[in-house]
Design a binder for this molecule. Structure first.
Ligand code: PLP
Length: 368
């Protein structure tokens, strides 16, 4: 590794395709929307989109026109749905790029119509309490949508909502609300081509939420949406391996304080290896003294505070040399710490571990 590629996220594109194939074989829905927002959860949006389509995805989802424009600029022509817009968004980009606008309010629908957008999908809030049209406004929303649709305005291609994953009972309450929303639409003569509620957790664990499209993010990247259920148990393969090289190794006496605040102190003469990745590269500082790093078939605990650019591991008397490869996380079946291990160490979720891998880390593609 030269300095240009000292920090690498190796992306296994075949794993992404295989994960999509596995989940769509399970859901058997007519459509599969791969969620590639946030630069494909850190894997690279266009790379993830192509790999997902290779695995059978026929739709892509991102939050807004900017993320979608990046996919179009990369030559991707698949249908794209967006769902989180600036209050100042005029939807001109959406119209020009042929994007489906997910609208969460009457105001957004009016702006999309004024911009000449061809297809909208109406997002309804069924209990997540984020965006989406709230139930008291469903009637007026669908009335407006029906009238725009019948007068040459945007076609209502879909109705969708998002689950809170707050347990079987809460999910079922949301499902019932979603059915009321589509009933209200139907009463206004709107029979959309697409109905969708499930993200990865629903797609895998809540079959009644599948309808005819599933919006799958984390599962595409081979990570489990369920805490305590590892990827392998679901047949998924983690697609990202974060790695670097040891930049120095030094022998230190017992009692040496390590990194900011001396939150680690050696209890014997030992060797310390310096790893050039820190919190700006996405490693959570809260995993200091907890998470593990793989070097030469062994896993070593992070010793002391994770800094902005670097961390230290106490490697004891193991033979670790400057230039040896260090894997922060990867596929646990290959012996590496997993994104889940890092998430546990930082008391967060695997989504955050991969999605926050920073821009200094070069993405490198691998086909397994
Ligand atoms: C991010 C997101 C998804 C994907 O969720 P996963 O849990 O990663 O599958 C699906 N739908 C919406 C609306 C989202 O914001």
């Amino acid at each position: 590794m030269n300095s240009a590629s000292l920090r690498e996220a190796v992306i296994d594109i075949s794993a992404i395709s295989a994960n999509v194939e596995l989940i769509s074989d399970l859901t058997e829905t007519d459509h599969f929307l791969a969620v590639v927002k946030a630069d494909g959860y850190g894997h690279g949006a266009a790379v993830a989109a192509r790999a997902a389509m290779e695995g059978g995805a026929d739709w892509l989802g991102v939050i807004d026109g900017n993320e979608a424009a990046e996919l179009r600029a990369a030559g991707i022509e698949a249908p794209i749905l967006t769902w989180l817009h600036s209050p100042f968004e005029d939807f001109a980009t959406h119209a020009e790029l042929g994007l489906d606008v997910g609208v969460s309010s009457i105001d957004e629908l009016n702006r999309a119509a004024a911009a000449g957008v061809s297809n909208v999908q109406i997002k309804v809030d069924t209990g997540l309490s984020r965006n989406g049209v709230v139930e008291p406004e469903w009637d007026s929303m669908f009335e407006l949508a029906a009238s725009l649709q019948s007068s040459g305005g945007p076609r209502i291609r879909g109705i969708f909502s998002h689950l809170a994953n707050a347990g079987v009972e809460a999910d079922s309450i949301q499902l019932a609300a979603f059915e009321r929303a589509s009933g209200t639409a139907s009463a206004h003569g709107i029979e959309p081509e697409l109905l969708h509620l499930a993200a990865t957790a629903g797609a895998i664990g809540f079959p009644a939420s599948r309808f005819n499209l599933v919006r799958v993010g984390i599962g595409c990247y081979g990570l489990s949406p369920f805490s305590g259920v590892p990827s392998a148990e679901l047949g998924l393969k983690p697609a990202m391996q974060l790695r670097t090289s040891v930049v120095s190794v030094r022998r230190v006496p017992s009692g040496s304080g390590v990194s900011y605040g001396h939150r680690y102190r050696t209890d014997r003469e030992t060797s310390l290896a310096l790893i050039p990745l820190g919190y700006v590269d996405g490693l959570p500082r809260s995993a200091s003294n907890r998470a593990k790093v793989w070097i030469n078939e062994e896993k070593f605990k992070v010793s002391g505070t994770i800094a902005m650019d670097q961390l230290v591991v106490d490697v004891g008397d193991s033979t670790v040399r400057t230039g040896d490869q260090a894997v922060i996380f990867g596929d646990p079946l290959e012996g590496y710490p997993s994104a889940d291990d890092w998430a546990d160490a930082a008391e967060t979720i695997n989504y955050e571990i991969v999605a926050r891998v920073g821009s200094r880390v070069q993405r490198r593609l691998r086909e397994s």
